[in-house]
Design a protein around this ligand. Structure first.
Ligand code: SF4
Length: 459
């Protein structure tokens, strides 16, 4: 049976797809890159914006127009190509996804056995493992899949999902409804997976839904009087230094991972600025070969009034900026990105100008700007004071222009400098190399020495 996979959304989704893809391969399915030869499609959905769900609908309709590859098994096989939709949007489906053409099943979440069952596979032990003993290898995307992308974001970059879910309730976010509460994986298990990933990957990206809260859900939380998350003690202004005794932290996990696989460069996928604790800050500053000098720190708004309406209570514009300025002063090279929502309900011109002012003040090197769109089930829909679509568009454009100007300035500053590069893709005679500060450098393939990681000149 030929199975085609497509993933929408974040790196956590890419990781989940890799697990499901591996589970299908373990059952004897052939993963194909070309949907026209597939017997079944599996689409991992995202609910973060209205646009991502619209794209899902378009893809599923397009897939339905393809004939199944006819390879047998539990999938379509002849006629229209059937799709199993999994993931976050699937978890919140009100019937709209199920009603799309040729949708065989809608599976909320990303549990591989449920997706397999929905695809019609009788659940047997994976072919590559003894019955009843799903090996780490079959459970985790440790090596390149037949299509060369299993568990990877590119040729030599691997993903390591350290936690799932989130305990916050940002009013614009339906992810927390779709994925549930914070659930962290144990350090020994993650170290073992990192060791296996390191056999094929020069860079490992730590992913999750809210990675700054890594470990807070695990037993041993013993200090109810401890400093709350995001309040600030430790080195530097607004530095969340102290931590309750008893839980492992993201900083501790990073230290364990670096000790286990020092040859790898780790990267954090997305972390709240005020959750960069002193250990993480020290590693960023002192161990650039082990932890890439890059943070993607969601800002969402530069107005404290709007941050409150968003339910983002753990930082203010001031504490966000203070933490990042403190780091930027200590990092000679620093890639810094943020997500920003334009036109959140109740956002006035003055709020928007505060966001723009903050964007201009913080040393961002790129921005991801999202025009606000209402997510089914998210509390922001009940807030009222909607901003008109034209205003949302204009504000998003202004923010994007600022982000693009910052990205151009960063690249110009870096041009001619040496960087620590990891190959993240190649094709059409070119190799894409990703630097520690998240800049892509393209080299003609014939100038590539074949190594996954090497010093490169930014151009
Ligand atoms: S922190 Fe907020 S935006 Fe991020 S996953 Fe949790 S609820 Fe969603």
């Amino acid at each position: 049976m030929n199975v085609y996979f497509h993933t929408f959304g974040c790196k956590a989704n890419q990781y989940d797809t890799a697990l499901v893809r591996q589970a299908f391969a373990d059952q004897g399915a052939v993963v194909v890159d070309d949907a026209s030869v597939a017997d079944l499609a599996v689409v991992n959905s995202c609910t973060v914006t209205h646009e991502s769900e619209a794209k899902l609908g378009r893809l599923v309709r397009r897939l339905a127009r393809l004939g199944g590859g006819g390879g047998g098994g539990g999938g379509g096989g002849g006629g229209r190509l059937e799709t199993v939709v999994m993931g976050c949007a699937a978890a919140l489906d009100d019937g709209r996804i199920a009603g799309l053409p040729s949708v065989r099943a809608v599976v909320g979440g990303a549990e591989p056995s449920q997706v397999l069952r929905a695809a019609g596979f009788p659940l047997s032990a994976p072919r590559s493992s003894p019955p009843g003993s799903l090996s780490t290898r079959s459970l985790h995307p440790l090596s390149p899949s037949p299509s060369g992308r299993g568990g990877t974001t590119g040729r030599f970059r691997g993903l390591l999902k350290i936690q799932d879910g989130c305990d916050e309730h940002c009013t614009f976010c339906a992810t927390t409804l779709a994925r549930g509460a914070n659930r962290s994986r144990g350090i020994p298990e993650l170290v073992e997976e990192a060791r296996a990933l390191a056999q094929h990957h020069a860079e490992i990206v730590l992913t999750g839904i809210h990675i700054g809260t890594y470990g807070q859900d695990r037993s041993g939380w013993t200090d109810p009087g401890a400093t709350p998350r995001g309040s600030h003690q430790g080195s530097g202004p607004d530095s969340p230094g102290a931590r309750p005794r008893g839980w492992s932290t993201l900083g501790e996990l990073l230290e364990a991972l670096i000790a286990a696989v020092p040859q790898v460069r780790f990267r954090l996928s997305s972390i709240e600025a005020t959750e960069v604790d002193d250990t993480i800050a020290r590693l960023l500053i002192e161990a650039p070969a082990h932890l890439a000098a890059h943070l993607h720190a969601p800002l969402q708004s530069g107005s404290d009034r709007i941050l409150k309406r968003m339910g983002r209570h753990w930082y203010t514009a001031r504490s966000y900026r203070a933490r990042l300025d403190w780091l930027a002063q200590r990092l000679p090279v620093f890639g810094l990105g943020a997500d920003i929502i334009a036109g959140f309900p109740g956002e006035s011109d003055a709020d928007h100008r505060e966001t723009l002012a903050l964007v201009n003040a913080v040393p961002f090197t790129y921005l991801h700007v999202f025009p606000y769109s209402e997510r089914p089930g998210a509390a922001a829909g009940r807030l009222g004071e909607r901003v008109g679509p034209g205003v949302i568009r204009d504000r998003a454009r202004e923010l994007r222009e600022s982000g693009e100007a910052k990205a151009r300035a960063h690249r110009a500053r870096r041009a001619g400098q040496r960087a620590d590069g990891v190959v993240c893709g190649h094709g059409a005679g070119k190799v894409e190399v990703l630097t520690e500060d998240y800049v892509s450098v393209y080299l003609p393939t014939d100038q590539w020495n074949g190594r996954p990681r090497f010093e490169v000149t930014v151009r």
